[in-house]
Design a protein around this ligand. Sequence first.
Ligand code: NAD
Length: 237
Amino acid sequence: MSRSVLVTGGNRGIGLAIARAFADAGDKVAITYRSGEPPKDLTAAGVLAVKCDITDAEMVEQAYKEIEEKHGAVEVLVANAGITKDQLLMRMSEEDFTSVLDTNLTGTFRVVKRANRGMLRAKKGRVVLISSVVGLYGSPGQANYAASKAGLVGFARSLARELGSRNLTFNVVAPGFVDTDMTQVLTDEQRANIVSQVPLGRYAKPEEIAATVRFLASDDASYITGAVIPVDGGLGM
Ligand code: NAD
């Protein structure tokens, strides 16, 4: 059965792998992205790419209107878009803090709230939020990012309780370190240090995060809600 799936931040990295996984399974996939261009093969394969900054409520509304027109109401939402602005606390400006919260947490609130309109009408829906192990355990220099990603856990669990009776599920995937542009900024030494702490001894591939997201959106996960699933190679255990 082909579903209307939306992946935010789906033009690269983890979001791109998630979009490809749903598209390969025959779903009607839309992605939103803030900058750059989506890969040509993705749009050629029928994935709808909509430019949308999730910090802008009006752009979010316009994006949903376009998706609903072309694919119907969103049935599976993967809120993946996110940013980092790493800084030690005493050097962290208020803007460094609020901009990360506005994208990762409030931006997710915007897209989830809008998706829920259609999901409530349909009396079913699947929402998967991409958090991070950093949101569960913290990380020096990432207090803003950790706060935003921890916030997603409380957000999802509250909605799981609030809307479970309406047949909507809300789950969180917490990746460890994944090979994407976001982690390219780390030095070789930092990467080696991270890998030495991961029981599986390597970074995750974006496809390994996508597989868990697909599971949570599938019928096999029909009785799972409010869960936080680490996909971290054992890093956080
Ligand atoms: P990435 O930087 O490669 O991609 C981020 C995506 O988010 C891009 O598509 C970008 O366009 C989009 N985005 C950012 N700000 C946006 C905004 N204001 N509006 C709309 N879209 C916006 O990063 P990634 O590594 O693929 O990360 C994807 C998600 O996974 C993020 O939420 C990130 O925090 C999380 N994550 C990543 C890792 C990792 O190691 N890479 C680990 C844990 C969690």
